[in-house]
Design a binder for this molecule. Structure first.
Ligand SMILES: Nc1ncnc2c1ncn2[C@@H]1O[C@H](COP(=O)(O)OP(=O)(O)OP(=O)(O)O)[C@@H](O)[C@H]1O
Ligand SMILES: CC(=O)N[C@H]1[C@@H]2OC[C@@H](O2)[C@@H](O)[C@@H]1O[C@H](C)C(=O)O
Length: 409
């Protein structure tokens, strides 16, 4: 089968099975979901149903290598090349385990939508020598070789979702908001879908608004700083603050929190996106130095980093969301939904009357949303339909995202 045959066959059906793969900025591993999508004949999506999911956590050595790739000056070009192919095996294995777990026929799956692992995201332009003078360019890099995944799974792979949006002047992120209206819209309610992964990002479904009214942006760091401080403080024995119990034992340092909130990212108006390039290990080491000067305990630093994430989320709403719509509920997705201290701090910083609810409680497992979004985007790629939201990414126009890579038969 070639690409044309795949597209032709796909567009004749109105029920489709797709696997979505996400490996996010927290570097915790690969999330894989199996979904069934029902659509009208023109591809317009009626429903996306989660059938099954598996996750493969990265081992500490893979996590450490990918983390190094994300650090300017520490990354190694040989590691980058090997990780591009090595991570394809992690994605391929996630697909194969998911198929085994779900017991569905491999041949009933139309394609895989794979995000890949972001190692660098540069939405702020820098100069680059061009053929006819200096250029201002932006860039983003997701690794995990698609041909290798196609070969390991025997399935077509749609990948590289961010490039087409960037080619149209967009930030290439966030993209997952594309699924949020479908999953989380509630008639007459103002909803904020807050993802807390490595980075935090919000999708706003304004009260009384339709699909066109949604907007979204990265709120800042999610678990990234908390994770790095916990890993350093426990000599790598713990990779995150399970349930938020360490933070719950500490006291928030108002002095450190105030210094951290001075970051210009938070005052910047959306569209905006950020990543590990800004809030990676250099940033956390800086925070630890400030904490040492203030003689804070390990628990106090974790509590302050947790309060920082909570405050950046709440202040984003005060500055950019509440002037546009009232909010009834904040639905929290991503691994941060399991951090009870973080959730209660978010609630504490928000105006009264807004409820905070993990996405599991509204039927979407917290680790599934982003992988489901890339399955949906793979569907749109095969249907030839745009799936970026220009208002969210800043792109000049709506475009079809993703590159199709065929398996060998
Ligand atoms: N039980 C738990 N208690 C507290 N935090 C948790 C728990 N489980 C997961 N997490 C946090 O969630 C993170 C993983 O979240 P998730 O998989 O949503 O991130 P991601 O998809 O990698 O990131 P992003 O959405 O930024 O791309 C972990 O790094 C950890 O900080
Ligand atoms: C470049 C990149 O990988 N960005 C991630 C990151 O993690 C969360 C946030 O920052 C979001 O902008 C994005 O991921 C999700 C899947 C998105 O595009 O919506």
């Amino acid at each position: 089968m070639n690409t044309n045959d795949l597209i032709h066959r796909y567009r004749k059906e109105t029920t489709h099975r797709i696997i979505g793969l996400m490996s996010g900025t927290s570097l915790d591993g690969v999330d894989a979901v199996l979904v069934t999508i029902t659509s009208e004949a023109d591809g317009h999506v009626e429903s996306v149903t989660l059938e099954d999911q598996v996750a493969i956590p990265y081992t500490n050595d893979v996590k450490a290598m990918v983390n190094r790739l994300c650090v300017k000056g520490a990354s190694d070009i040989e590691d980058l090349c090997f990780a591009h192919f090595g991570l394809a095996h992690w994605n391929g294995e996630a697909v194969n385990r998911l198929i085994e777990h779900s017991t569905v026929e491999r041949s009933s799956i139309a394609a895989i939508g794979m995000h890949g692992q972001t190692v660098w995201h540069a939405p702020v332009p820098r100069t680059f020598p061009g053929p006819e003078g200096t250029l201002d360019i932006t860039g983003t890099l997701q690794i995990g070789n698609a041909q290798m995944v196609a070969s390991l799974t025997g399935l077509p792979v749609i990948s590289d979702f961010r490039s087409a949006d960037m080619a149209e002047g967009g930030e290439g992120a966030p993209l997952a908001p594309y699924i949020d209206y479908l999953l989380f819209h509630q008639e007459g309610k103002g909803i904020a879908v807050q993802n807390i992964g490595g980075i935090g990002n919000v999708t706003v479904l304004p009260q009384g608004g339709d699909e066109e009214a949604i907007f979204a942006f990265d709120t800042g760091p999610g678990n990234m700083i908390i994770d790095q401080i916990v890993a350093l403080g426990t000599h790598q024995k713990q990779q995150y603050d399970d349930g938020g119990t360490i933070a719950a034992r500490g006291t928030v340092s108002i002095e450190l929190l105030t210094q951290m909130m001075r970051d210009p990212y938070f005052a910047k108006k959306p569209p905006k996106s950020t990543g590990r390039e800004v809030y990676g290990s250099d940033y956390s080491e800086q925070v630890l130095k400030q904490a040492e000067a203030l003689k804070l305990s390990f628990e106090d630093v974790v509590a302050t980093a947790t309060a920082f994430t909570a405050k950046t989320i709440a202040s984003s709403y005060t500055d950019f969301v509440l002037p546009v719509t009232t909010l009834d509920t904040v639905v929290v997705s991503g691994g941060g939904a399991r951090n009870k201290t973080l959730l209660s701090m978010i609630k504490g910083y928000l105006p009264e009357g807004i409820s905070v609810q993990p996405s599991d409680e509204v039927g979407v497992p917290d680790q599934a949303r982003e992988a489901m979004a890339f399955a949906l985007m793979a569907h749109e790629s095969l249907m030839g339909r745009p799936s970026n939201i220009p208002k969210v990414t800043g792109a000049k126009r709506r475009v079809v995202l993703g590159t199709i890579t065929m398996q060998q038969l």
